[in-house]
Design a protein around this ligand. Sequence first.
Ligand SMILES: [Zn+2]
Ligand SMILES: [Zn+2]
Length: 680
Amino acid sequence: MRCCAIVVCLALGIGMQPAWSHPLKSVFVTFPGDVTKDMSETELADSYLKKFGYIETVHRSGFQSLLSKTNALKRMQRQMGLEETGELDKATVDTMKQPRCGVPDVANYQTFEGDIKWDHKNITYRTLNYSPDMESSLIDDAFARAFKVWSDVTPLTFTRLFEGTADIMISFGKRDHGDPYPFDGMDNLLAHAYPPGEGVQGDAHFDDDEYWTLGNGVVVKTLYGNANGALCHFPFVFEGKSYTTCTTDGRTDNLPWCATTADYSKDQTYGFCPSEYLYTFGGNANGAKCVFPFVFMGKNYDSCTTEGRSDGYRWCATTENFDNDKAYGFCPSRESAVIGGNSEGEPCHFPFEFEGNQYDSCTTVGRKDGKLWCATTDSYDADQKWGFCPDKGYSLFLVAAHEFGHALGLEHSSIRDALMFPMYTYVEEFSLHRDDIEGIQYLYGPKTGPDPTPPQPNPFPDPDKTEPTNEPEPTTTTTTRPVPPTNEICKFTKFDTITVIEGDLHFFKDGFYWKMSSKNELSGPFAVSERWPALPTVIDSAFEDKSKKLYFFSGTRFWVYNGESVLGPRNIEKLGLPSTVEKVEGAMQKGKDKVFLFSGENFWRLDVKAQQIDKGFPKYTDMVFGGVPSDAHDVFQYKGNTYFCRDSFYWRMNSRKQVDRVGYVKYDLLNCSDSPTYYY
Ligand SMILES: [Zn+2]
Ligand SMILES: [Zn+2]
């Protein structure tokens, strides 16, 4: 039977030969423990769009324009500064493969629930554990510098706690690390953080399957020796030989060391390199060094191990017998240790054998992704033990500064040079972008100090100083005008615009407006032309700024009323809106000097003082205001909530940015009933 089966195979093989164009033997190898990232591009895109909130938006936006994947792609492309093709083109696929922050790009307060800022200025933080990649004082320093980035431009202060609950709890973890958002192995997701609040809110998590450095390759801080903790100098020369890693040469105690200048024989400065023979971190042994061999569950161990742990961290006992003494600590990684693979923390073994060939250095052979790897025993073929070779790594300082931005309440920016851009880029000389500063100062205000910024001249002429428009004679009675009765308002399902003026809701329709007081008393209609004679019949949107000036938009024109004096009409292009915008459909005050202008699926942020649209806009409405229709019109803030209207419905968003109610404008805001009762 066996013989026959082989014959059949051969016969088939020969028969199919002309159709085969693949080489008989694949040059690529499936590495054990490797993260399978062999998704098709479509699968990659689907998972990316879902993970970062783009598809979620589609689902949460409800019945209106069922956003297709095209729309989700467009949103992603705008966020990443790519051409908005709506197609899965090469640039888009490439971007999806880049390392980035794990926080969704689309504001998603159903997953990341919470207040958007801290209610106090003296923020505390606590580092719960350390990465084995860097000596802990380097990690402490990176975090301290990352907090300073934000305290330099705000009144916030950051105090480190060593016990108890801090506002911002910082931890390293791999894969499933105790929250619903697992990390993904090396590269891609680097870290994530939660917006301010209690519990997990405000916390920052770093993926410890990454190689954490200061962004520019191996950093080894020495201990003991005579160099006072200086960094190793690679390469250094010792007895005529050049070293690019720490060495045990010249010593009998197995302790790796390095020189801290280029030439040991000349300067004689050196220190020891992190190793388990010197110390451990974390655990319960107070930093004691490993003791080898040690007994764990009746078995002897000659080196650090990940046995008995589900988090993948290497540990050792600090006495001969863990089973008896239970004393342990985590092993610091050697600077030459591999990253990922199935031997994390072990050094490369040179030479090693792979598919019958000998390798004296890291190689890309056998891998589709072109990454350098090595075996950690003398034969990959025999042991299949391997990992990636240390590369430049990711700057813990830069990633932490970004994550702490989230922990303070910032969202992702679509400006590539901003710290809050979702993708990782290493920069040597770091400084905050104006967009980052504006974002954080919007939440917490500028740094208070002896150097107040001088007042800026207002480039826009003050309407106070312009001639008031000729008012028509005030009419003392309205009986001469054909005015619809107050309850006529219930006939309408849709309004030209709804806005809040002097605390009262104003409903505009066809040249008239009604007022709903905060006590729910309806009055009107009033003629628009009587109070604001310069305005046209149809108002698309309006808002009252903090200085009580009223802005009205109609088509491509806008007017500014200050009391009775009016400025305009001016063209909305003067504000920096593109000529493709045919009308401004909604306007919402945001902070002291900013206002959001909505049109179609987009919104812009207007700096009222500078009379200019801010950089980084337009943004898609449903990306920032998750759960509201993408083409909302009539946006206004009323009694602490934000309302987005579309047709006869409104979506109410609370101060925590959650849509907590969807209802009818007519019944809920105007108290209409289907068979209106007439009150006179
Ligand atoms: Zn982020
Ligand atoms: Zn996490």
